[in-house]
Design a protein. Structure first.
Length: 219
C-alpha cells in the first residue's frame, strides 16, 4: 500500500495588521481544496477573521476550521490523526508569542506584506523568527497596484540576499474584500480569468515551496 503523503503545515505571519494574512489564507485553502486535498484551518488571531469567514461559508468540512484553539500546536496532532493533507495557520499581528508558536510548528512560512514603508519595516520581525527556528519562508506581496513602481521597488528590496518573493503578486481587487464578507475567496466572487489564474498560480508557488520544505524535514 502506498504511503500517504505527510501533512503540510503553512503559517501566514506578519507582525503588522492589515497585511492580508486572513485573505491569503482563504485563497490558499479554497485552491487546495479544489484540487481534492483535505484542508484544515487554524485561527489563532483573537480577531477571528478566518473563523468568521468559515462560519459564513457554512462551517463546511473542507476546508475545515479547528475551533477553540489557542495555540497551533494544540491542533496539529489531531489534524494529523484525521488524515488532512494541508493546514493553514492564520496568526495575529503584534502578538509575538502566538506568531512564534505558529512559526515553530510550520513547514513553511508566508510573510504577507503590502508595499508601504510601514509594512516593510516590520517584516524583519517574523523573518528573524523563521531564521531562529530554521524554517523556510517567503514574502508575499499583497494588494499591489498594477504597473506600480512601488511594487517593483518593494519586490527588489525584499529579494536582497537571495530571499524569496512569491509570484505572482496578489493585486488589489474588490473581490477579495467582498469574498471575506460572504465566506468565499476572491476568485469565487469574480469569475474573471485574471483573478482565477492569479489564485491558481499563487497556490502552485506555495504548494511547490511547502512541499520542498516538508521533504527536507523542516518541522
Amino acid at each position: 500500500m502506498a504511503k500517504k503523503p505527510r501533512l503540510h503545515v503553512v503559517a501566514l505571519a506578519a507582525a503588522k495588521g492589515g497585511a492580508g494574512k486572513s485573505t491569503l489564507t482563504t485563497l490558499l485553502a479554497v485552491q487546495a481544496a479544489k484540487e481534492g486535498n483535505r484542508v484544515a484551518l487554524i485561527d489563532v488571531d483573537p480577531q477571528e477573521s478566518l473563523s468568521s469567514w468559515w462560519d459564513r461559508r457554512g462551517k463546511v468540512d473542507n476546508p475545515k476550521l479547528f475551533e477553540g484553539v489557542d495555540a497551533a500546536t494544540e491542533a496539529i496532532e489531531l489534524i494529523i490523526a484525521e488524515g488532512f493533507d494541508w493546514v493553514f495557520i492564520d496568526t495575529p499581528p503584534a502578538m509575538l508569542d502566538k506568531i512564534e508558536a505558529a512559526v515553530a510548528c510550520a513547514d513553511f512560512v508566508i510573510i504577507p506584506t503590502r508595499t508601504s514603508a510601514l509594512d516593510i519595516e516590520t517584516v524583519g520581525i517574523v523573518e528573524r523568527m523563521c531564521q531562529e527556528w530554521r524554517k523556510p519562508y517567503a514574502f508575499a506581496l499583497n494588494a499591489v497596484m498594477p504597473n506600480s513602481k512601488l511594487t517593483s521597488s518593494t519586490a527588489q528590496y525584499l529579494s536582497l540576499n537571495r530571499r524569496t518573493v512569491l509570484q505572482p503578486y496578489i493585486q488589489f481587487r474588490e473581490a477579495h474584500i467582498a469574498g471575506m464578507t460572504v465566506g468565499k475567496s476572491g476568485a469565487e466572487i469574480d469569475k474573471g480569468r485574471a483573478i482565477r489564474e492569479e489564485a491558481e498560480a499563487f497556490w502552485r508557488a506555495v504548494k511547490d515551496a511547502a512541499t520542498k520544505a516538508a521533504k527536507r524535514g523542516a518541522r
